[in-house]
Design a protein around this ligand. Structure first.
Ligand code: FAD
Ligand code: MG
Length: 321
């Protein structure tokens, strides 16, 4: 199996998290006796390919991974543009659809992030992602006329939400949406809710690089490594408890043409892949959906405007490289 650059990055993160877990595991089995009154804790670890990426679950409760994978699969079946029968694919084909509450909720949230970011975060970039060949991995640099024409289909103000009956409607034929910058975040939040309902209070979920750390690991915050966007090295380690961390950047999915780098995150104003002078943005905050959407939005906006946007989300902190 061939791994994309992004998938390879996830593997690095998996290994690091695994290293932390292994250390605790070995410590518990070392010749040193456990501290009086302290029970040895075993961590269960499992992974699965979902939403086009690796998901990994680490938890002292062996029910956690089954709960997480079932929930992520349920959401993938609703929201994936890569699954023909998903609600998003049906909506993209027909331009009008009565959708489930989860799908309605995420489209509504996406419009809120569009508004808050002054249009930088925009799920209607899907036709542009297709045009640049990011959907089928057949990358091309389109001509300016095609970009201008496609831009007419872009803008979340062109999504009409009928609140009374959960109907989503596009203003123009040919419009499409892509939840690639927000759906993993939603899935993480949904998983955490179900884990809590099952009285599970310690679990680390790694959704292909975006992490949610529920509770603590053996009484201490979970530790997650952040990779340098330009070199294969670690720039720092975050200590997380009940937080999500998401990174968006130009180093995961991109192509080169005539010496220029084109990344998969598109500026909805220009129709071109983002070149904001930033190579990666890492956002830490309370919810997966906010971390996911904000890391993408700040990446599009660049450092100065991105920092302005972050002021509207006081619980979020960010590292911008
Ligand atoms: P993020 O920064 O979080 O998001 C970037 C993505 O958001 C882009 O790839 C694009 O899709 C979209 N985007 C671009 N510009 C903007 C913008 N200005 N505003 C808002 N959104 C923008 N990939 C596969 O190859 N095969 C699959 O089967 C597959 N299934 C998926 C199913 C689901 C439900 C989801 C959410 C994604 C799926 N993917 C699949 C996509 C894959 O995992 C992406 O690589 C991922 O969603 C991109 O996330 P990120 O964290 O790298 O970047
Ligand atoms: Mg995102």
């Amino acid at each position: 199996m061939a791994f994309s650059p992004k998938t390879r990055r996830y593997l690095v993160i998996f290994l690091l998290i695994g290293w932390g877990i292994s250390l605790s595991y070995f410590a518990l089995r070392s010749k040193k006796p456990a501290l009086p009154g302290k029970e040895a804790i075993r961590f269960y670890r499992d992974n699965r390919l979902l939403m086009g990426t690796f998901w990994e679950v680490i938890s002292p409760d062996k029910r956690s991974s089954a709960i997480v994978f079932a929930e992520v699969k349920r959401i993938e079946n609703l929201l994936s543009k890569y699954i023909e029968g998903s609600e998003i694919s049906q909506l993209n084909r027909t331009g009008k659809l009565k959708v489930s509450p989860d799908t309605f909720y995420i489209i509504k949230k996406s419009k809120e992030f569009w508004q808050a970011s002054g249009g930088a975060f925009d799920i209607t970039v899907a036709p542009l992602a297709d045009l640049w060949g990011f959907t089928n991995q057949e990358h091309v640099v389109p001509n300016d006329d095609k970009i201008k024409l496609t831009l007419k289909l872009v803008g979340s103000d062109k999504i009409i939400l009928h609140e009374n009956d959960n109907v989503v409607e596009f203003k123009f034929p040919g419009m499409k949406i892509d939840l690639g910058a927000i759906a993993k975040g939603l899935a993480l939040d949904c998983c955490v809710k179900i884990l809590k309902e099952n009285n599970i209070d310690s679990c680390l979920i790694n959704a292909g690089g975006q992490v949610y750390a529920l509770g603590e690991k053996s009484g201490s915050p979970w530790k997650v490594a952040i990779q340098n966007p330009r070199k294969p090295e670690i720039t720092g380690v975050l200590k997380l408890k009940d937080k999500s961390v998401s990174t968006s950047g130009d180093y995961e999915q991109f192509f080169f043409k005539n010496g220029k780098r084109y990344c998969h995150i598109i500026d909805p104003k220009t129709g071109y892949p983002v070149s904001s002078g930033v190579s990666s943005v890492t956002v830490v905050t309370d919810s997966g959906i906010e971390a996911d959407a904000l890391s993408t939005a700040v990446f599009v906006l660049g450092k100065k405007s991105g920092e302005e946007l972050l002021k509207k989300f006081p619980r979020a902190t960010a590292k911008i490289f």
